[in-house]
Design a binder for this molecule. Structure first.
Ligand code: ACO
Length: 209
């Protein structure tokens, strides 16, 4: 019931190394916890408000229950929970959520990357791999991404892939304890020339080998 899942995608070569996507695993607890705790300052301003302290929420013991929710949603066909790997190493996550079938066939896409590896085209390559998978095997037609106006790096990622700004969602999401405005970006399948990965390769931002 979830076409295109599970899947391993890539690699796509960037300035930072080989970028690939693979499903989250139960064994990711330590990597997830270490990275999330180390990146608290860069993640907190952009992420939905959670209950409890950042350290509590990202203790290794918090991973198995989160993983099992992601796994069951993936089985039901509503989420694609990927790890972003750089040269085989866990350095972030990319999630496709709220997958809707029927006449809409849309979902949202979200991502984060370890601050030690930013600025090398890694998130852009990961999003390109995710987009091509969604518009290919998964069978979606539209992807939404919502970004706060101040998050210029994330807006740059989306723009490089061809996402368009559609409007401002006022007080859209509870992030870091406030209702925050978000810019709605979107991309539909017919806007992608060839594939999103090819768009990056043509622009000299990534290569297939
Ligand atoms: N001003 C202008 N441009 C900037 C700035 C800045 N302050 N900082 C970065 N950029 C640009 C870079 O120059 C680059 O564009 P370029 O290739 O044209 O030079 C672009 O932003 C970043 O592209 P990548 O290198 O592919 O992205 P990166 O691997 O650095 O990851 C990300 C970007 C995911 C936003 C990372 O910084 C991160 O994890 N941030 C914290 C979490 C987060 O914000 N996630 C996104 C939430 S919104 C959503 O998920 C839809």
């Amino acid at each position: 019931i979830n076409p295109g899942w599970p899947a391993t995608l890539g690699p796509l070569r960037t300035q930072g190394g080989a970028v690939a996507l693979r499903p989250v695993k139960l064994r990711d607890a330590k990597s997830w916890s270490d990275l999330r705790i180390r990146n608290q300052n860069t993640l907190l301003p952009w992420e939905p408000t959670g209950i409890g302290s950042w350290a509590e929420r990202h203790h290794p013991s918090a991973w198995p229950p989160l993983y099992s929710v992601l796994r069951s949603e993936a089985k039901r066909g509503t989420v694609l929970p990927f790890v972003i790997e750089l040269d085989g190493q866990y350095i972030g996550q990319l999630t496709v959520g709220n997958i809707q079938r029927g006449a809409v066939r849309s979902a949202w896409i979200g991502y984060w990357v370890d601050a030690q590896h930013v600025g090398q085209g890694i998130a852009t390559a990961a999003v390109a791999l995710g987009v091509d998978h969604c518009f290919g095997p998964v069978g979606l037609h539209r992807l939404d991404a919502t970004v706060q106006p101040a998050n210029v790096a994330s807006q740059a990622v989306l723009t490089k892939i061809g996402f368009r700004r559609e409007g401002l969602l006022e007080r859209y999401m509870d992030v870091n304890k406030r209702w925050r405005d978000h810019i709605l970006f979107a991309l539909t399948a017919e806007e992608v020339v060839g594939s999103a990965a090819e768009t990056l390769v043509r622009a000299g931002r990534a290569s297939f080998h």
